[in-house]
Design a protein around this ligand. Structure first.
Ligand code: UDP
Length: 453
């Protein structure tokens, strides 16, 4: 089969690795042979993918490095990955291209995370088309790339008087939803590189679907005049479980089996977000006081430096007894699919948001940074399928939000609305659906890239 090799390069964060590997599986099912170049840091579990070839490269990250939840430190990390990996990536890619044997599929294109901006120059030098994957949605990417002009116009850095006002370019958001950094310095430089190298690429893939955010396509094309493909939600084609960097605690499922239908509040803040010790205690008391059964993911490091749940108040576990179940890491997709799960208290990472939307589980939103802020705005004010906890984390507020969602008519209305979204999204993947068509367009596009090389 000619022209059917694709090389993918994920950014080494849980929320970026999963969609890239899901995309790899989707392309593999369409007949492409798959090679994955990856950093040694947060290396994917290669044993789960015997049908792919894996090529680790050095990344300069120290062995015990823990990803910070501070946006400034994340930005520094992303920049150092881009500079540390550029040469190893070039060497690996050159080797792959030059050693492709007669009986192997020639390489049609490279797919990298949009944040690997330093790979465009390598792709150009090697005359290999690069398509980018944006692992979040279109609206949050547009919010990110709009920020430099908001700094220029003086709207940012955020002033208190402007915080609640609509962003003129993206009226779905308020300034406070998109204000990531106080000091634009190194951030603007980073965004500039991402935008420039995305414009130079051969197309953008989003893990989203037109039924969810078709309204942003024109704006996206104005910004990025290159082909765009909304082919999500990926996890409905290939589950996220095989790409999990942490082991899943399956006791969640047997515990859920014992609970009443739609009675459980599932709580998880993803793989990076962290909270203060005082906030952790408020979460614990809020859950206890709600009288609702809860399944809580307390990731080691959720409170900086914590090993697991040692910060819980004395007697807490005995007091909640069987009504609460705490784990280090849950099989989230299975949890959201389970009939006992009634709501998801989430940090609004895009994967978590999509997984919840697709299973029709309404949300309590507690975003920390980045696209989580814009996702929370969409969940609570555009799709109206969740409650945004905007004030500080406090047990009384938590109890109130859980009641509104689990007990009051407002919660039922959200459940009705999310059911419709769920149907729409699942239909988009079926023959005739928007993501189904977009995927076929992507396949033709990749093959055309090969023939035009
Ligand atoms: N996840 C999981 N178990 C957990 C919490 C999260 O498997 O206990 C998975 C979840 O299903 C999702 C990913 O981790 O696919 C988190 O990605 P997301 O974009 O939501 O957030 P991030 O971790 O990148 O902040």
């Amino acid at each position: 089969m000619k022209g059917r090799g694709v090389i993918l390069f994920p950014m080494p964060f849980q929320g970026h690795i999963s969609p890239m590997l899901q995309l790899a599986n989707i392309l593999h099912e369409k007949g492409f042979s798959i090679s994955i170049i990856h950093t040694r840091f947060n290396s994917p579990n290669t044993a789960n993918y015997p049908h792919f070839r894996f090529y680790p490269i050095p990344d300069g990250v120290s062995e015990n490095y823990v990803i910070s939840s501070d946006p400034v430190r994340i930005l520094d990390f992303l920049k150092s990955l881009n500079s540390n990996c550029q040469t190893p990536f070039r060497d690996c890619l050159t080797e792959l291209i030059t050693t492709t044997s007669e009986d192997e599929d020639p390489i049609a294109c490279l797919v990298t995370d949009v944040l690997w901006y330093s790979t465009q120059a390598v792709a150009d030098d090697l005359k290999l088309p690069r398509v980018v994957l944006r692992t979040t949605n279109v609206s949050s990417f547009l919010a990110l790339v709009t920020m430099p002009s908001l700094f220029q116009k003086g709207y940012l850095p955020l002033q208190d008087s402007e915080a609640e006002n609509e962003v003129p370019e993206l009226p779905q958001f308020r300034f406070k939803d998109i204000s990531l950094f106080k000091d634009p310095g190194s951030f603007l430089e980073f965004i500039d590189a991402v935008v420039r190298e995305t414009k130079a690429s051969s197309g953008i893939i989003y893990n989203s679907c037109e039924d969810l955010e078709g309204e942003f396509l024109t704006k996206n094309s104005n910004y990025f005049p290159i082909p765009v493909f909304l082919i999500g939600p990926f996890h409905k084609c290939f589950p996220a479980s095989s790409s999990s960097l942490l082991p899943h605690d399956k006791t969640c499922i047997s515990w859920l089996d014992k609970q009443q239908p739609k009675s459980v509040i599932y709580v998880s803040f993803g793989s990076v977000a962290a909270i203060q010790e005082t906030e952790f205690l408020e979460v614990a008391w809020g859950l206890a006081n709600s009288k609702q059964p809860f399944l809580w993911v307390v990731r080691p490091g959720l409170v900086q430096g914590s090993k697991w749940r040692e910060l819980l108040p004395n007697g807490f576990l005995e007091m909640v007894g069987e009504r609460g179940h705490i784990v280090k890491w849950a099989p989230q997709q299975e949890v959201l699919l389970h009939p006992s799960t009634g709501a998801f208290w989430t940090h609004c990472g895009w994967n978590s948001t999509l997984e919840s939307l697709c299973e029709g589980v309404p949300m309590i939103c507690q975003p920390s940074f980045g696209d989580q802020m814009t996702d929370a705005r969409f969940i609570s004010h555009v799709w109206r399928v969740g409650i945004h906890l905007e004030s500080k984390i406090e047990r009384g507020e938590i109890e109130k939000a859980i009641r509104r969602l689990m007990v009051e008519p407002e919660g039922q209305e959200m459940r009705n609305r999310i059911k419709l979204l769920k149907q729409k999204m699942n239909l988009s993947l079926k023959p005739g659906g928007s993501s189904y068509k977009s995927l076929n367009n992507l396949v033709s596009h990749i093959l055309s890239l090969q023939s035009s090389k």
